[in-house]
Design a protein around this ligand. Structure first.
Ligand SMILES: [Zn+2]
Length: 215
C-alpha cells in the first residue's frame, strides 16, 4: 500500500546518507499519508545500502503496525515520529539524523543560534530537547514539545530532528542545520570561542525581492 510514498522515503534516506547526514544504520525518516493518516517509516536495523520499499513499515497514530514485511520492525525511534504527528497537524514528514556538527552541539548541550540567513528556513534557533533514552516515550514527548513552534531541534547527546510538510524539505532543513552548525563551530574556533553575532530572523522575515530588479 501507498507505494509512491515508500519510494519517496527510500530515495530521501539514501540521499541523507550520501549527504553525510547519517551513517550505517542510524537515522530514520517518515511520511504521514494525508488521506489515511497512516505513518510510513524506515525500518529498524537495515542500512541504506540494502534498503528497499518493501522494508518501509506502515503504522497508525496509536502505534498499531498496519503493514510490515515478516521479520521487519519499524525504526526503534518510531514513537518520536508518532508524537510529533500528534501535536503538529501541519507536519507530514520527519527527518531524524546524527550528522556530525549538529550532534556535536547536542553533546556539548549548546543550542545553535541563527548565524546565517538560511536559518530562517527552520525557525532560526535550534534548541535542545533534554536527554532521554533513545526510543522511549519520554524522549518522544521531550522532542515533540520543543517542535510545537519550530521545525528543528537537537536531542541532547543524540542528534537532530527536523519536520516539514514534505520529506525532501525536511531533509533540506537537516542540511541547513548541519551547515549552520559547522559554520558556527568554525567561527567559534577562528575567534577564540567568542560568540558570533546572531542574524535577526524577524528582520529577514520581512525581506522582499528588490524593486530595483524589473522583470
Ligand atoms: Zn537517533
Amino acid at each position: 500500500m501507498l507505494e509512491s510514498l515508500k519510494v519517496k522515503i527510500v530515495e530521501v534516506a539514501i540521499k541523507a546518507e550520501n549527504y553525510g547526514l547519517c551513517k550505517e544504520k542510524a537515522g530514520n525518516f517518515s511520511i504521514r499519508d494525508k488521506d489515511t493518516g497512516y505513518i510510513l517509516i524506515t525500518p529498524s536495523g537495515i542500512g541504506r545500502e540494502e534498503l528497499k520499499t518493501e522494508h518501509i513499515c506502515v503504522l497508525d497514530l496509536d502505534g498499531n503496525v498496519i503493514e510490515a514485511e515478516k521479520g521487519i520492525k519499524p525504526s526503534s525511534e518510531v514513537l518520536m515520529h508518532i508524537e510529533i504527528y500528534k501535536v503538529r497537524a501541519n507536519v507530514n514528514a520527519v527527518s531524524h539524523t546524527h550528522s556530525l556538527y549538529a550532534t556535536a552541539f547536542s553533546v556539548a548541550n549548546k543550542p545553535i543560534i541563527p548565524i546565517v540567513y538560511e536559518s530562517v528556513n527552520y525557525g532560526g534557533y535550534v534548541d535542545i530537547a533534554p536527554y532521554e533514552r533513545p526510543g522511549t516515550l519520554e524522549l518522544a514527548k521531550s522532542v515533540s514539545k520543543l517542535l510545537l513552534d519550530t521545525d528543528a531541534c537537537l536531542l541532547e547527546r543524540h542528534g537532530l530532528t527536523t519536520v516539514s510538510n514534505d520529506l525532501e524539505d525536511a531533509l533540506l532543513k537537516s542540511r541547513y542545520v548541519e551547515e549552520a552548525a559547522e559554520i558556527y563551530y568554525r567561527s567559534l574556533v577562528l575567534n577564540q570561542f567568542k560568540e558570533p553575532k546572531a542574524v535577526d530572523i524577524d528582520e529577514f522575515a520581512e525581506w522582499k525581492y528588490p524593486e530595483e530588479i524589473k522583470f
